[in-house]
Design a protein around this ligand. Sequence first.
Ligand SMILES: Nc1ncnc2c1ncn2[C@@H]1O[C@H](COP(=O)(O)OP(=O)(O)OP(=O)(O)O)[C@@H](O)[C@H]1O
Length: 611
Amino acid sequence: MKKEFKAEAKKVMDLMINSIYTNKDIFLRELISNASDAIDKLYYKDLKSDKNVDKSDYYIEIIPNKDQRSLTIKDTGIGMDETELEENLGTIAKSGTEIFKKNVKDENIDNLIGQFGVGFYSAFMVSDKIVVNSKKDDKAHKWISENAENYEIEDSEKEDQGTEITLFLKENTKDENYDIYIDQYKIKELVRRYSNYIRYPIKMEVTKSRKAEDSTDENPKYEEYTEVEVLNSEIPIWKKNKKDLKDEEYINFYKDQGYGFDDPLSWIHLDIEGAVRFKAIIYIPRKAPFDFYSKDFQKGLELYSNGVKIKERHEDLLDDEFAFAKGVVESDDISLNISRETLQQTRELRFISKQINKRIKSHLLDLMNNDREKYETFFKEFGNNIKVAIYESYGAKKDKLEDLLLFYSRNEDKLISLSEYKENMKSTDESILYAVGESLEKIKESPALKSVDKDCDVLLLYEKLDEFLIKMLGKYKDIEFKSISQVEDNEEESEDDKDLIGKMKEILPDEVVDVKISENLSDEVISMIKQKGEVSIEMEKTLKLQENAPHIKAQKVLEINKNSKAYDLLKKADENELKILTNILFDQAKLLEGLEIEDPMTYTKNIWKLI
Ligand SMILES: Nc1ncnc2c1ncn2[C@@H]1O[C@H](COP(=O)(O)OP(=O)(O)OP(=O)(O)O)[C@@H](O)[C@H]1O
């Protein structure tokens, strides 16, 4: 014989409530959502019955009562009859709303919020007695439950159609103050936080203070008065038509939401009608928040569904490279988790996230091409984040992000993109040249740069990460990157210098891997250091500063200008003079590169020996 499971409803309810919701505040969101659903159902019914629909008949009201420590949520919705009270509120996990949606199957009623049949019970987190007074089809009934242990239903009186749910708040404890839920400021805050965009007005009579009529400057008097206020905004800005919105409205929304203190740099307003429908406003801030480049920073966008806020910050909507973006997304097509607090990574959300990140990228490219000043402001603030994303993905994000990079161009004397560099190249058989240094000024003065033909542009890299980033990029659209400090392996030595080079190498056995005598250096350059292999001098410097990094040295090549006086002196020098000259030339080249010379005393002595 099959037997029914027996369960103690109260225990199941306690378990359920405490494990589903992490935050007591959300009970109000749940009750307001139910009220909104109930009004939607009535509105739908009224429309179908050709009744004269007056929008002002549909509203939600919140009534806090300090004397009896209760909070009432009233709606002018469809109401519940005795059977519905029994079935919907007497059965856990039964959603009248979900059944209604299935029966009606009409896209006009697509926006109903309830689906799991549990939200109502969250009210027991803050109250120990709930009275639901509901009127439908001219009959009113009361559903009363104390401590969620049992419930009773009785006939009642009620003037208008709809439902009034009164929560009698729990006694305060050492840790919990339930009185906050009858405080008008707390209620306002909760409505704005979770239910601001419910489509019906949420009203409350609020107490305010004003100067009394007999108030004078000498004897100021104040009096209290009450006024009914609508607490929610009803139509969110992202649901409005782009064409009807002024910049000012976007800027005000940005500030109201606390996305930033100053005006945003730019924004995109999306209304996507694809496989998953969603609306969004995404902002590019003008300034990075102070903790942006720290571990504490949390990325994400606000997420709404059916006018209800589901998540304050949904991280997965933004790729790391666009972590700076702020904004809001609303989709009625996402599958929600029962608590509406956590979301599974669903197909719909992945679609939304992909679209958003794609749009951010194309918006940035658009700024780069059509509003360069704005793009540069953006890049100076957040460019590093994009570089880090490429670097940390080990180049996997290269194709997606390389076109957003800007580097300083020697010839143009401003920031340019890699594609602009490519366009200016005489032939794509050449490489993209770059020079690395501590600052723009230092690179501009570097001997290596002076020796590069003016016809070829050189990217000047002065941010710490830049050179590592270039290594990660490897190529840009099949064009290699090449450091101007990299020694060309194919250069042939002239026979008569071989002897001199051999001797100089013996003088600096550990310091250099090679010595070169070159005819192509600029007149200003006497000696300089180039590098062989992958590790550059700048990398050596950066790695030296990092505590746990391997202590790797660049393979240095000392290059001497054949057209300089130094070369003549080297040729004529005896063994002792050659030693002194070689050391001086190497030390000077190191100084020009911003490297320390190990023994400044010997360096000075050597100079005096020559004078
Ligand atoms: N104010 C109301 N007016 C009319 N019916 C209501 C009201 N509040 C609740 N109900 C009915 O009670 C049912 C159960 O409500 P409950 O909040 O527990 O779940 P839900 O809203 O259906 O789903 P969810 O758990 O996803 O919020 C609703 O589906 C609805 O039929």
